[in-house]
Design a binder for this molecule. Structure first.
Ligand code: NAD
Length: 303
């Protein structure tokens, strides 16, 4: 039976459980987790993302601090703000919304964030920890994808996973996480030859290319599980709508399960941001982090 993986509902349940854990911390006067979000410029999509992140943090009982800087902000000013937030005891997680304007060097900004507060998991220390299977903060989008996969499949061991896309924020960490689950992992990208044949070999297909509906039903192995990370805005009949990297209509005739766009990976990304903020807070205060939080939220033992 075909399954439309309901990331929206699963993310809502995860956020509720995070909220319960946050109120537990607050009731015991331990700490209120605090999330600081920095937005540079006026990019409309980034404004929506930042607003959603701040709203959902507050709904989970966290403190939310928003910093909006002009598109022309000099790098030094942004670095000064990050330095101040690194030292601020009320801030436990720091996020700089990407992309940044051209005068700001992205890697310098990411490296300025205290790795213990780097809830996006982009700092090289956290990237390295994910690669070697150590502790650390895991990038939110691949973390959410992995949770959805484990919820759907339980055991990923031995599965052939094909990851389409090799970006630092999705493709590469996704491949590392799948390796940790004992998958056989192939990473494909814009220079990969015979992409369609490769996709047809995948038991698990994770698409993160940013190409609207590139992956058609006849690229997919019957019974595969498909995670569609892509968020693409397309114009149709005078309206803008969101589509993924997968052509849902044809893919759903072949795959066993697919995440829809919207309502799949996107909501899980924000829930994982809150989870990382909770984890960073617990770590900073030496409070045990409830490792079983996802299975508690979903009432299963898979995640
Ligand atoms: P990116 O542009 O940094 O990377 C895209 C990758 O896809 C590159 O590695 C490139 O080599 C590969 N690629 C491009 N065209 C290809 C093709 N025709 N065939 C094979 N590979 C190809 O993008 P990103 O930041 O990794 O994001 C990818 C998509 O995921 C975008 O649509 C983005 O909006 C979306 N995204 C969604 C979330 C979420 O929360 N759902 C989070 C991050 C990114």
């Amino acid at each position: 039976m075909f399954v439309r993986i309901d990331g929206k509902a699963l993310a809502a349940r995860l956020r509720e459980e995070i909220g319960r854990q946050v109120s537990r911390l607050r009731q015991h006067d331990l700490v209120t987790p605090g999330l600081a979000v920095i937005l540079v410029g006026e990019d409309p999509a980034s404004q929506v993302y930042v607003r959603n992140k701040a709203t959902q943090a507050r709904e989970a009982g966290m403190s939310s601090f928003e910093y909006r800087l002009a598109d022309s902000v000099p790098q030094t000013k942004l670095l000064d703000l990050i330095e101040r937030l690194n030292r601020d005891p009320e801030v436990h997680g720091i996020l700089v919304q990407l992309p940044l304007p051209p005068q700001v060097e992205e890697s310098g900004v990411i490296q300025a964030i205290d790795p213990g507060k780097d809830i996006d998991g982009f700092h090289p220390i956290n990237v390295g920890q994910v690669a070697i299977g150590g502790p650390g903060l895991v990038p939110c989008t691949p973390l959410g994808c992995l949770m959805l996969l484990k919820h759907q499949l339980v055991d990923l061991s031995g599965q052939h996973a094909v990851v389409l896309g090799r970006s630092n924020i999705v493709g590469k960490p996704m491949a590392s996480l799948l390796l940790r689950e004992d998958c056989t992992v192939t990473v494909a990208h814009s220079r990969t030859r015979q992409l369609e044949d490769l996709c047809r070999q995948a038991d698990i297909l994770v698409a993160a290319v940013g190409r609207p509906q590139l992956i058609k039903g006849d690229w997919i192995k019957p019974g595969a599980t498909v995670i569609d990370v892509g968020i693409n805005r397309v114009e149709a009949e005078g309206r803008t709508r969101l589509v993924g990297d997968v052509d849902f209509a044809t893919a759903s005739d072949v795959a066993a399960a697919i995440t829809p766009v919207p309502g799949g990976v996107g909501p899980m990304t924000i829930a994982c941001l809150l989870l990382n903020t909770l984890q960073a807070t617990c770590h900073q205060y030496d409070i045990p982090f409830p490792d079983d939080i996802v299975s508690r939220a979903w009432g299963d033992t898979t995640a």
